[in-house]
Design a binder for this molecule. Sequence first.
Ligand SMILES: Nc1nc2c(ncn2[C@@H]2O[C@H](COP(=O)(O)OP(=O)(O)O)[C@@H](O)[C@H]2O)c(=O)[nH]1
Ligand SMILES: [Mg+2]
Length: 405
Amino acid sequence: MAGKQGFLKRLFDGMSKTRNNLVGGLNRIFGLGAIDDDFYEELEEILITADIGVRTTDAIITELQEKVKEQKLKDPEAVRELLINTIKEKMDLGENAYDFENKKSVLLIIGVNGVGKTTSIGKLAGQFIQMGKSVTLAAADTFRAGAIEQLKTWADRSGAGFIAHSEGSDPAAVVFDAVSSAKSKNTDILICDTAGRLHNKKNLMEELKKINRIIGTEYPDAFRETFIVLDGTTGQNALSQAREFMEVADITGIILTKMDGTAKGGIAVAIQSELGIPVKYIGVGENIEDLQKFDAKTYVDALFTEAEFEEEPEIVVPAAPEPIVETVPEPVTEPAAAETTSAQPETSAIAEQPEETELVDPKAMFDVFTSEFFRKQSTWDLLTEVFVDEDTFDVNTFDFEKYAL
Ligand SMILES: Nc1nc2c(ncn2[C@@H]2O[C@H](COP(=O)(O)OP(=O)(O)O)[C@@H](O)[C@H]2O)c(=O)[nH]1
Ligand SMILES: [Mg+2]
């Protein structure tokens, strides 16, 4: 749970700049009251600035205009809601997006260097293993120095199986061995890392073709997915990368990384809408839980609504009573001081947990506590209930309520 919370916070934080601009712009134009040509023109500009892209923005606005006409909407707030819902619908994934999780499957992960392929594979492996799946990683990026080691580190960390050859060897041969291993061990999910040498498209195409052929012939029953990893901070460039890869592979999903950085949130909308390929995962950092399934509602809300990220309630700690800093008596050593307290039982100082603990001397608190404790105990039996040691007594964590007499 903490992982998901952390993810949402990072996503909201990462998008805060785009959100502020978007929400600020929308507040302004919706505040003008009129839903006219000027309004749509300004809306277009606002959406394009958020990286939603020209084509997607056009499509969104056309759809919005039609619906506004159809529903005869005049109230700007209703139009705003319609806009947000239109985008959510565009981003919705359908029900079968993650079917591969419950089948014997092979995921081929492609994309240019540095976008976050290996890291995303590591995170996916960790999550699948947490779900109780068996996973094998194939180090088919034999080109980039250090790529094999990097993947191995993730395999070791997550407990996934690992198949690699030496650097510079044939990636298709690695996949061949990985497929054999997955079949013989009945592995649930095989994930293949690849090199992304886009500058040499012919080689890339040949390499991917060969890998695909091997998976197809050696493991025909496997459920196949090909995910392209795109770095969200590269904006519209990510779109052109995806287009290039679409020419050489049947891409079934997108992993959009680095959404914790300078990425503009609109890029996910543009990618999904312009390429017709669903964004299936969003990455917001380098830990295992920093990659999560794409959720259209959460994402569009993070992008378009003023609501700040709301943490789920923490474990409720009862509110501390008024600070008693001023009333802490000197360490009680004289019998007279102890006798005076009997008239004020409910509000006894020891039942109260000071808020401004930095002003309280733990030693003094310790003395007050123990003297009160011993004074009020009529038998020694209760002593077994609590053992307080002056050296370890911590006024910040000690449960006064529990031992208040
Ligand atoms: N901030 C951030 N960094 C990421 C994310 N995903 C990957 N990275 C970093 O991007 C760099 C390149 O990642 P890597 O997995 O090696 O990319 P590859 O070349 O495509 O395999 C590494 O430093 C990763 O830690 C992400 O979602 N957020
Ligand atoms: Mg890599």
